[in-house]
Design a protein around this ligand. Structure first.
Ligand SMILES: C[S@@+](CC[C@H](N)C(=O)[O-])C[C@H]1O[C@@H](n2cnc3c(N)ncnc32)[C@H](O)[C@@H]1O
Length: 355
């Protein structure tokens, strides 16, 4: 065999049997090894580099048909145009702007898209009603809010957004802005402001090559605190209830706040005779007995009075019946959260009675 021929065979064997090297970088296409800081800065010269990541961003938004979104600082409506495809005919996108001229342009642009509602907002408020949106979206707008008003703005959004809704913020990451001016917000500052307002980040992602980040926030009180340590057997009220972990972990303060913000409703699952002797103001009577027997009239009344977007807190005399009612109410599609406190405990805790 000639030398040349042997060389060809050896090279072929190397190609086949030597395992291929792992890729030099992760999914983003950029290595995190800092060989050149400028590479983490930006690519391209366009004004809105994050628009290149729209496919990824829209996937993160996970919009569903029928969702209601407010795009705060909608600008030329670039995002509105893309989001409307996901929310469909039954959804709504409020294109909120502080500039009257931009609102007029948006009205013209979306004249044939009735789901898009261009609206003039205040610099410190969306002016939208409570519980009206599933998602509030800021793209390169958050830094336009007055520095002193941001926490209050985010607090207001807690009431505008439905209980399980989100806020999404795309913003320039000024820590790696490399002298590009101040049109952005330090991520650490955003997280501080969000937490102060009652939100927590469920995703924070730097979008390599754009020098922007995406921050997805959810209401903090959706995440219960660590359950308390179990009491020793035989001691205290909790110990007598092995099923205590099925009660809601929401604090009574949270329950009261949600009731006041119209994000939750209160239900009394005791029987009518107990209710007549006294009940909590603003509660609705849904006797467990009738619920268990599938009383048609009661179920119709319940469905009419309470929509599924609201959290349903409910109480009985000692906390025992609430756990039984949980099975039925959850089955009916409610976000049903049984209170371990009974009627008397709730009165003592400051809930208002009917007399
Ligand atoms: C940099 S542009 C971003 C446009 C668009 N969101 C995008 O990413 O393509 C910022 C927009 O926010 C608007 N804006 C500024 N302050 C605002 C506020 N407090 N509320 C709502 N919109 C605001 C401006 O009029 C401008 O159109």
């Amino acid at each position: 065999m000639s030398r040349a021929c042997r060389l060809v065979i050896v090279l072929t064997l190397i190609t086949v049997f030597v395992p291929s090297m792992p890729p030099a970088h992760a999914e983003s296409g950029e290595s995190t090894r800092i060989s050149n800081p400028a590479r983490h800065h930006r690519t391209g010269e366009q004004r809105y580099p994050y628009r290149d990541k729209s496919e990824y961003i829209l996937k993160e938004l996970d919009l569903q048909p029928g969702n209601v979104v407010v795009d705060i600082g909608a600008g030329d409506g670039w995002w509105v145009e893309r989001m409307v495809k996901f929310v469909g005919d039954s959804g709504v996108i409020y294109a909120a702007e502080v500039e009257k001229k931009i609102v007029d342009e948006l009205k013209e642009k979306f004249a044939d898209t009735p789901q898009v509602k261009p609206s003039l907002c205040e610099t410190d408020s969306t002016t939208l009603p409570e519980n009206s949106c599933d998602l509030a979206f800021f793209s390169q707008t958050y830094h336009h809010l007055g520095e002193g008003t941001r926490v209050d703005y985010l607090k207001e959004l807690l009431t505008v957004i439905k209980p399980t809704g989100r806020v999404v913020i795309i913003e320039k990451y000024t820590e790696i802005g490399l002298g590009e001016g101040t049109h952005g917000t330090r991520l650490s500052r955003l997280v501080r402001q969000a937490e102060e307002a009652g939100w927590v980040p469920v995703r924070l992602e730097l979008m390599t090559g754009t020098y922007h980040y995406i921050a997805i926030l959810a209401p903090k009180d959706l995440f219960p605190p660590e359950p308390p340590k179990k009491n020793k057997p035989g001691k205290g009220r909790q110990a007598q209830r092995p099923e205590t972990n099925r009660y809601t972990m929401d604090s009574l303060e949270t329950v009261q706040r949600r009731l006041a913000n119209n994000k939750a409703v209160l239900v009394d699952v005791r029987e009518k005779s107990e209710w007549d002797r006294g009940h909590l103001k603003d509660a609705m009577l849904v006797p467990l007995g009738k619920l268990q027997s599938g009383d048609k009239e009661l179920i119709e009344q319940l469905t009419k009075a309470i929509d599924n977007n609201k959290i349903l807190y409910y109480y009985c005399r000692s906390g025992r019946r609430t756990l039984i009612a949980a099975l039925i109410l959850k089955e009916m599609g409610y976000d049903a959260r049984p209170l371990s406190e009974g009627y008397a405990d709730l009165l003592k805790a400051g809930f208002e009675g009917n007399k």
